[in-house]
Design a protein around this ligand. Structure first.
Ligand code: NAP
Length: 260
């Protein structure tokens, strides 16, 4: 399917690896010129070169922490202050116990998983609305539908972003801007390898056993792949997605038992 976005310009945050990279690859395949971001310069530059070579689009790497004002200023400068497509993403806060989290822990989580995305929408969406076309995809989590107790910082910040998007998406839909959220369940990325290692250590089983047990809890019987996730993101950024507004699309292989 031709997504109708060849020649558009997009920003994908936290995109040197994992789900962000999956989104960058799929948008590049659809012909979108990109600015991509991550903190580690070498990995980011290598990813940018690979994507540009594979898909024949411009990919500009901008190294920096997207949860800081400086990091965001750098990507906005590379974009000349405007983009047609924005994919918000950043690392998730650490797990822990609800009794231990301090005000600073909450501020850190909100900076990373709420305020960075809000700031980039505030910077880029008014221009999209003025030009009459734009797409925003926020990478949140399965935990927005079914909160994970030990990830309380993440649950809190991501639900706040979900609430923000529910309102704003309806306010700009009439100007051709579609804002939606993608909710990953378990996907085979570096983050998931770490989680499998944690389970293997804490339960004293092998890495493969830990992984097999976790996969067995997913009705689809496997982890998602970053390329599947990226394809869904590219569709939400397509011309065809013009009637999809303020949705929370769960990509979890059926793991979350819910009717909505
Ligand atoms: P990943 O494989 O660890 O990749 C994270 C990417 O983000 C890397 O490119 C990393 O590069 C970059 N990054 C992290 N923090 C950043 C920051 N502050 N500023 C700029 N770049 C940053 O992680 P992932 O699995 O793709 O996860 C992406 C998001 O989805 C996370 O918020 C995660 O919590 C959420 N999620 C993932 C899953 C899953 O199964 N994978 C499930 C639910 C939710 P640098 O380290 O070089 O910055």
């Amino acid at each position: 399917m031709d997504l109708g976005i060849r020649g558009k310009r997009g920003l994908v945050c936290a995109a040197s690896k994992g789900l962000g990279r999956g989104c960058a690859e799929a948008l590049a395949e659809a012909g979108v010129n990109l600015v991509i971001n991550a903190r580690t310069r070498e990995t980011l530059e290598a990813t940018a070169r690979e994507i540009a070579d594979r898909h024949g689009v411009e990919v500009t790497p901008v190294a920096g922490d997207i949860t800081t004002e400086e990091g965001r200023a750098a990507v906005l400068e590379a974009l000349g202050g405007q983009a047609d497509i924005l994919v918000n993403n950043a690392g998730g806060p650490p797990p822990g116990r609800w009794t231990d989290w301090s005000r600073e822990d909450f501020i850190g989580a909100l900076d990373g998983n709420l305020l960075a995305a809000v700031a980039l929408m505030q910077a880029l969406v008014p221009g999209m609305a003025e030009r009459g076309w734009g797409r925003v995809v926020n990478i949140t989590s399965q935990s927005v539908r079914a909160p994970i107790p030990e990830l309380g910082l993440s649950n809190t910040a991501r639900l706040a972003l979900t609430g923000f998007v529910a309102g704003v998406s309806r306010q700009v839909a009439g100007q051709g801007v579609c804002i939606n959220n993608l909710l990953p369940g378990m996907h085979a990325t570096d983050r998931l390898i770490q989680l499998d290692e944690n389970v293997s250590r804490s339960r004293n089983v092998s890495f493969d056993e830990a992984r097999a047990e976790r996969k067995a809890r997913i009705p689809a019987g496997d982890y998602g792949r970053p390329e599947d996730f990226g394809a869904a993101c590219a569709f939400l950024c397509s011309q065809q997605a013009r009637f999809i507004i303020g949705q929370n699309l769960l990509l979890d292989g059926g793991q979350t038992q819910t009717t909505t």
